[in-house]
Write a new protein. Sequence first.
Lengths: 351, 616
Amino acid sequence: MTYLVKPKLLRADAPRNALGYTRRDYEGAISTLCAGCGHDSISAAVVQACFDLDIEPHRVAKLSGIGCSSKTPDYFLGNSHGFNTTHGRMPSVLTGAALANRDLIYMGVSGDGDSASIGIGQFAHAMRRGVNMTYIVENNGVYGLTKGQFSATADKGSKSKRGVVNSDTPIDLVALALQLGASYVGRSFSGDKEQLIPLIKGALRHRGPAFIDVISPCVTFNNHAGSTKSYDYVREHNEAVNRLDFILPRDKIEASYPAGSLRRIVQHDGSILHLRKLEADYDPSDRVGAMNYLQERQALGEIVTGLLYVDSGAVDLHRHLNTVEKPLNQLGDAYLCPGSKALDALNAALR
Amino acid sequence: MSQVKAIESSNDFVIKFANVNGSGSASANELFARAIMRMGVPVAPRNIFPSNIQGMPTWYEMRVSAAGWLGRRGGCDLMVAMNPQTWDRDIAEIEPGGYLFYDSTKSLPRSRFREDITVLGIPLTEMCNREYTDARQRQLFKNIMYVGALTALLGIDFAVVEKLIADQYRGKDKLIGANVNALKLGFDHATANLPCPIGLRVERSDGVGDQIFINGNDACGLGAVYGGATVAAWYPITPSTSVIEAFSSYCRKYRTDPDNGMARYAIVQAEDELASIGMVIGAAWNGSRAFTATSGPGISLMQEFFGLAYFAEVPAVIFDVQRGGPSTGMPTRTQQSDLISCAYASHGDTKHVMLFPEDPYECFTLGAQAFDIADRLQSPVFVLLDLDIGMNDRLCRPFDWDDSRRYDRGKVMTAGMLDSGKNFGRYLDVDGDGIPWRTIPGTHPTKGAFFSRGTTRNAYAKYSEAGTDYIYNMERLRHKLETAKKLVPSPMLTPAAQPSRFGVIYYGSTSPAMAEALALLEGKGIHVDAMRVRGFPFADEVIQFIEAHDEVFVVEQNESGQLRMLLLTEGEIDPKKLIRVLHYDGTPITARFISGKIADALSVRKVTPIRKQVAS
C-alpha cells in the first residue's frame, strides 16, 4: 500500500552510478499489485535502466492511464513527477507535457485495456505524431482491477480463468505501432529482464516515439492453462529475433562477436545499439520486412520478441513543429507578449 | 408604391444581402460594410449562414446605426436579392416602404414583386458577361459591381470605396485596377439609370471614432497570444475553428524567433476533443499556458478531463464559442446554452470558472486574463462567447495592453523555495485561500516531486481513501472556488435614470441589444437597473443586486434560463424573484424583443411609467 513509508535502509557498499545515486534513488512507493505480478518486474527493469543510464530522476516525467499497469509509475522513480490520468487518455496528456518541455524524458506506462481498447485512438495518434517518448504497454490480456475480463489483446481461442473462450480477433499493438510510424518498436517479456532492460534503455535514449510491448502475466487472472499470456505459455513460445546490448558513447566495448552476427546501430545522441542476431535474416531497419515477419510468425503461434524496428534518424514532433530549443514552459513574458506597441499597430490595421 | 411612403432615413437602416454561399459575396459585402464605417457611420454586420460549403442560401445583414447600436435590429429596409432560390421569402421580408435591389438581366413577372416597395434593378449578369469572359471573374466582379451600384444608391463617396480597395490589395496593383473598374461600372450604371440617392442614405459622420472592426474569435486568438499561451490543442468545430486559425496567424507574426525563425508556440490539431483537452492539461501540468477552442459538442466530449483538471488541480483555458444545441443542434446559429454543462462539468461535485465577454474587446482582455486566473486557481477556466460575437466582425474599443503587467503564474514553488526548507504539500492549504502550491516537473532533484492523480489523496498527494482526507480536500476546493469570486471580472452596473424596484441581469452577446433596449424602455418612461454579469462563480455584487430589487429580469439566449438556474442555486434566491426573458431561435437577440418583453411584464404589474420632466 502506497501510504506505507518505505524503509530507506541503505547498505554502505551499495553501488552508485555516475551521479552518485544508488538504485534506491530510482525506486518509488511499495507496490500494491499482487505478489508475482509481471508489472513489478517491469518497474524493476525501469529502475535498473534509469540507474544504468545515469538519468537524473527528476528529469523524467512518468504518465499513465488507468488500470493495474497505470498504477506502476507510483512504484518507480519516486523523485520524478508522475501523472495518473484518465482511462486510455495518457497519450494526449503526455503529448501536451512533451510540448511544454522538450528537455524532459517522457515515459508513458499503459496496459492492454488502457491502450488497445478505450485508448486505441490516442495510442495511434501519439505514434503517428512522433511524440518523443518511451511508451510501455504492460500487456497481460485481461482487466485485472475489474477481475479478469478479456482485453482486446487476448488471443482468439485463449481461455479465461472462468473457462470462457475468447472469440474476438486480438489487436497486436506492435503491428499497429509499426504501421503508425513509431520509430523504435520492441516486444519483450516481463520474465526476461536480460532482454527487457536494454530495450528500455535504448528506448529512453531514442528520439521519437519508442514503443515496447511487454507481455506481463497476470498471476491472479491469466496465468492458467489455456491462457496465451501465462508465464509458461510465453516462455514456450517466445522467439527472440535478436538480443540487444545498449552501449553509452562513453562505454568501452569489450565484448567481441563472431563476424556477421552483430548489427550496430548508432542513435542520434551517440548511444549504440548492439544487436546480436538470433534470426540471421532479420533486419530491424526494415519496417515493411518487420511487419511481414511478425505476421508470418504470429500465424505459426510464435511470440516474436526483441528490438523489432528502429529508425535511428527519426525526427520528433518538436522538429515537425519547428519549436524553439528552449522549453516553451521556460519562455519569459518578454518572449511571449508582443506588448502595446504591436497592439497599436494592429488596432490601426483594424480600422 | 402608391399607398406606402418610401422609407427615408439617414445613417439608420438595415440592409440585407441574400447570396449563395461559395459565390465570393462575403468579401464584397464586408468591403461595403467597411466603406460605410470609413464614412464614419457605425455598422453592425452579421453573417447568417447554413452548415454547408457551397450552393446553399446565405445572408449578410448589415445594420447601419448613427447612434452606434450594434445589436441586431430585425427587419430589412433594403434587400439586395442575389439568390433566386430565396427570392420569395427575401421579398416578403422587406419592410413596407423599403427597397429591393436585384439583378434585372432576366425579366420577372410583376407578381414576383411587391407594390409597397421601391424596386431597383440593374442587369448585373448581362454587364458582367459583356465585360468578362472567365466564369469565375464574372461571378466575383458581379459582387463588386453591386457594391458599386449600392455606393451610388446610398450616396456613399466613391473615393472612399476606391481607397478601401487600394488599402485592401496594397502591392497588388492589377487587382486594384480590376476591382475599381468593376466598382465603377456598377456605380456609373446606377447613377445613370436609377434615382440616386434613394431614401436611405449614408452621410459622413463621426460615430466610429477610434473603434476597431474585428470578430470575437480573432480577438480570442490574439488574447491567447497576449495571455502567454504557448500550447494550443484543438479539433475543428464550427463556430470555434477560427480561434485557432487566428492564434496560429498571430503567433506566426509575433512569436517567431527573429534569429532562427523557430516557433515560440506549439499548435496541434488533435484527433478529437478528448485528445485536445488532454494535451492542454498535460502542457499546463508541465508549466505551459495552454488552451483549446471548441463548441457545445466538444464541451460534452471533454467532460471527464474537466473533472480531472478540477480534482488534480491543473490549469486549463477553454474558449467555448457557443452554438445552438442540444446535440448537433444548429451548428451555424447562435445561443448561450452551454452554461450549465460548463459550470458543473464532469461527474462528482465540481464547479468551474466561467468568463462572459460581451464583444471582441472583452474576448481579447478576458481571453488573456483567463490564463492568469487559471494559473492562479490551478483549475479550468471557460471563456464563453458565442457565434454572434465569435464569427461576426464587430465595432469595439481598440485593444490595449499595459506593458508593466506581468503574468500571474500562480503559486509555483521553485527549487530555491524547496531548498530553503519550505514545507511542500501539493494539496495543503497553507495560505488560507484554498489554493495549494504546486511544483513543475523537473524542478528539483530530490524535493517537490509528486504524483498527480484523479483519485483521492491526502494533502501530500499520497493516495488515500480516508474520509477525513477526502473531506479536507473537498472543503478546500470549495474554498478555492470562493476565492475565485474575487478573481473573475466584476459585474458592470448600469443604474436607471430613476430609482427602480426592477433590475435586469444579462451577459455576453446580449450586451449591445440590452443597451439599446434600456434606451428604448427609458424612452417609454420605464426604468430598470441593469447588471452585466462577467464571471462565474458570481461576485457578491451580483447577489446583492438581486436582493436590492423586488424583481429581476434575466435575459439570455437559451431555452431553459441557464444563468437564472445558476443564480437560483448559487445565490439561494427565491425563484419568483427572477423573471425569464429568453430568446433562443438561433438568431441574435434584439432590443425590440427585450424591451417588448420587459414592457409587457411591467404593464401586467401595473408599473406607471415615469417620464422625465423636460426642462423649460
